[in-house]
Design a protein around this ligand. Structure first.
Ligand code: SF4
Ligand code: MG
Length: 326
C-alpha cells in the first residue's frame, strides 16, 4: 500500500459548503504472506475504510494498493473475480452478514458454487468439513442463522470466508460484538486457523486486549493516519506515540499490581487539525509549538515507526496492560 488516501465529502448542514475529510491519509503499509497485522484506533479513525480500500471495495482518492504484484487500478473484471476468491472480509455483525433464508450449509458452500470450483455434492462435503473445522457439528449445515447463537453465527461467517482458501482476510471488529467468554473461544479459533492455513490477515479493532493475542505487528491510527507501527511486543512494551501511550493506559490491567500512571486521553478529536501540524495536538499533554506547524512523519524510533516530534525524548512510563504478552 503506498500513499493511500481516501477523502469523503460531506455537508454539516443544508447551507453549509461541502467539506472534504480525509478518512485515510497517506498510508504506506506492507503485509507479507502469512503475516498478521492489527489496525487499532478509536471509532472514526479510518480503520474500516482502510480495510475496504485494501479489498478494493472502496476506491482511493489517491495512492495505490497492490496484491500479489498487481495494482488494483490495473485489474480488469476477470482479475477482480480472481482477487475476490483470494480475499475475504469478516465484519462485526454476523446476523446481517448472513442470509436469513438460506441454510448455513448453503451459505458456506455458495462461494465454491459461484466460482465453479467444484460440483454441488463436493461443495457440500467441503462446507461440512469447514463447519467442523471452525468448531461446529456438521449437522448444523441444515440450520438457519436465527437458530444459532451469536458465537455460532460468527463461526459460520468465518467458515464462509475461508471456504475458498483465501490468502488475505480482513477482520473488521470480528469479535467485538461477542460476549467475553465467546470472544476468547473465537480468538483461540483464529489463532489455530492461522497456524494451519497459508493466510495473512488484517485484524481491525478498538480492543487492545484482544489484538495482542492475534497479531505480529500493529498499526495505530489516529484521524486517518498511522501514528505508530511496529512489532506488537515492542509497541506494547514501550509505546512511543503519546496517543498509543494513552490508548494502552486506558486498557484495564488484569494485574492489580500494575497501575496506570498515564493520564487518560482528554478532549475531543479535532478533525480541523488534520491539514497542518500534528492532528493529536489538541489532546496531547506533551504538545510544543512545533506540533502546530509541522506534521510529524513516521520515522524509526526504537524498534518501531512513530509519527511524533518528541518520540525519542519522552520517558518510558507505562507498564504493559493486562500482564505479559503470550
Ligand atoms: Fe504530541 Fe507533538 Fe508528538 Fe503530536 S507531535 S503527538 S502533539 S508531542
Ligand atoms: Mg469501523
Amino acid at each position: 500500500v503506498s500513499g493511500l488516501t481516501k477523502a469523503f465529502r460531506h455537508k454539516t448542514g443544508f447551507f453549509a459548503r461541502p467539506t472534504s475529510q480525509l478518512a485515510v491519509n497517506s498510508i504506506d503499509l506492507e503485509l507479507a504472506p502469512h503475516e498478521r497485522i492489527g489496525v487499532v484506533g478509536e471509532s472514526g479513525s479510518g480503520k474500516s475504510t482502510l480495510g475496504r480500500l485494501l479489498l478494493g471495495l472502496t476506491e482511493p482518492t489517491e495512492g495505490d494498493v497492490w496484491f500479489e504484484g498487481v495494482n488494483h487500478k490495473e485489474r480488469r473484471e476477470r482479475d477482480w473475480k480472481a482477487f475476490r476468491m483470494r480475499t475475504a472480509l469478516v465484519q462485526q455483525n454476523p446476523l446481517s452478514a448472513l442470509n436469513p433464508q438460506m441454510t448455513v450449509g448453503q451459505q458456506i458452500a455458495e462461494g465454491l458454487l459461484v466460482h465453479h470450483v467444484c460440483n454441488r455434492n463436493f461443495a457440500y462435503e467441503r462446507a461440512a468439513a469447514m463447519l467442523e473445522r471452525v468448531g461446529l457439528p456438521g449437522a448444523m449445515m441444515n440450520r438457519y442463522p436465527h437458530q444459532m447463537s451469536g458465537g455460532q453465527r460468527q463461526r459460520v461467517v468465518i467458515a464462509r470466508a475461508l471456504i475458498l482458501d483465501p490468502r488475505l482476510v480482513v477482520f473488521d471488529e470480528a469479535v467485538s460484538a461477542l460476549d467475553v467468554s465467546v470472544q476468547a473461544q473465537v480468538v483461540a479459533l483464529l489463532r489455530s486457523l492461522w497456524q494451519e492455513l497459508d493466510l495473512a490477515y488484517v485484524f481491525i479493532t478498538h480492543d487492545l486486549r484482544i489484538v495482542r493475542h492475534l497479531v505480529d505487528r500493529i498499526a495505530v491510527m489516529y484521524l486517518g493516519r498511522v501514528v505508530e507501527m511496529g512489532d506488537i511486543r515492542s509497541v506494547y512494551a514501550w509505546p512511543r506515540h503519546p496517543y498509543t501511550r494513552a490508548l494502552l493506559a486506558s486498557v484495564p490491567s488484569l494485574d492489580p499490581a500494575i497501575r496506570n500512571i498515564e493520564p487518560p486521553i482528554k478532549g475531543e478529536r479535532d478533525a480541523s487539525k488534520v491539514s497542518t501540524g500534528c492532528a493529536f495536538r489538541s489532546r496531547c499533554p506533551f504538545a510544543i509549538d512545533r506540533c502546530a506547524i509541522e506534521t510529524p512523519e513516521l520515522r524509526h524510533v526504537g524498534g518501531q515507526q512513530v509519527a511524533c516530534h518528541l518520540a525519542d525524548e519522552l520517558p518510558k512510563s507505562i507498564a504493559s496492560p493486562g500482564g505479559t504478552l503470550s
